[in-house]
Design a protein around this ligand. Structure first.
Ligand code: MN
Length: 326
């Protein structure tokens, strides 16, 4: 688990516990993420949208895919070749391994070990998300997440934008006890701010807990709150609801998120690895079909027409390859 993991956490700025007078967010639901195949056939776990965790609960998020962790053999690694998006943002955070991204506007790059690529599809774009040829040829460890953040109606047609967020730009913080590493990728905690520029106000954190570590984290009362477990196990809320790898806890209202790692988290690193996600709900109608997320069915039909007419962009000529033999 490389991500960005310094050896010493106790010297990092400490997020103060807002104290017991702030209402703790209860766990309303724990969902085990269904496993499925995405793109050209790579395995993902998708806690939402799912039968038990829909657009309503996830709002302003649309989708979370947990990619791996998987150890690919030679020739096994797959990605998602050229395809369009419109109406939202895709945020890809790589924990272990390498991912290469290219889009029809010239954006893209290679991310690895804690880097993030943030693509605002807005009015429409085509992109290609693939492991680099070297990883495909040799195989290797692959672990990351992709989060879809919805755009409000007024911003669905914003021009596409690409942000490459180097792991060293991520704001590192720790808990009041110095035993939880907080990687703030986007959003704000107190006076600290993550590097991701978001149209829709959100908080996106990758947290690593030492065994038994406790986190009491201030959380904006107008945001939703979701805890997704990448590895290990721990308890959420004062009721101590246990969540394990591949599970997502959906929290209710309150100003503090309380979490305690298991003393034996049963992960390869011996630590509890979680994503803490929240945002201000948009509460707008959602019309969604595959790679397009708009407000009405008419806008989805229009998206298909625009894509087929090349109005979302075209695959760069340098990317065109002869079709492969079946
Ligand atoms: Mn995509």
């Amino acid at each position: 688990m490389p991500a960005l993991t310094p050896d010493r956490w106790t010297e990092l700025p400490r997020v103060p516990d807002p104290g017991p007078e702030v209402h703790d967010r209860p766990v309303l639901r724990v969902v085990t993420a269904p496993a499925l195949l995405e793109g050209a056939g790579f395995p993902v776990r998708r806690p939402f949208p799912s039968r038990e965790l829909g657009f309503r609960e996830a709002d302003p998020f649309l989708l979370l895919d947990h990619l791996g962790a998987v150890e690919y053999g030679p020739g096994e690694a797959k990605g998602a070749p050229w395809h369009p998006h419109r109406g939202f943002e895709t945020v890809t955070y790589m924990i272990d391994g390498v991912m290469r991204h290219r889009d029809s506007q010239g954006g893209g790059g290679v991310i690895t070990d804690g880097d993030t690529q943030w693509m605002t599809a807005g009015a429409g774009i085509l992109h290609d998300e693939m492991p680099p040829e070297e990883l495909v040829a040799n195989g290797g460890l692959f672990h990351g997440v992709q989060l879809w953040v919805n755009l409000p109606r007024a911003l669905k047609w914003t021009p596409p934008r690409y942000q490459s967020i180097d792991r060293h730009a991520v704001r590192l913080l720790t808990s009041s006890g110095g035993d939880v590493l907080l990687r703030l990728i986007a959003g704000e905690i107190g006076p600290w701010r993550g590097p991701g520029m978001t149209w829709t106000p959100i908080t996106f954190i990758h947290a690593t807990f030492e065994p038994g570590a406790r986190l009491a984290m201030p959380w904006p009362t107008d945001f939703n709150a979701l805890v997704y477990v990448l590895m290990g196990s721990g308890a959420v809320s004062p009721a101590g609801v246990l969540v394990r790898e591949g599970q997502c806890a959906y929290l209710g209202a309150g100003g503090r998120v309380l979490m305690v790692a298991s003393t034996q988290p049963e992960s390869p690193t011996g630590r509890w690895e979680v994503l803490l996600l929240g945002g201000r709900p948009l509460r707008e109608p959602i019309a969604s079909y595959g790679p397009f997320v708009m407000n009405t069915r008419e806008e989805i039909i229009q998206a298909f027409e625009d894509y087929q007419a090349g109005r979302m962009g075209t695959i760069p000529v340098t990317e065109l390859r002869p079709p492969q033999a079946p």
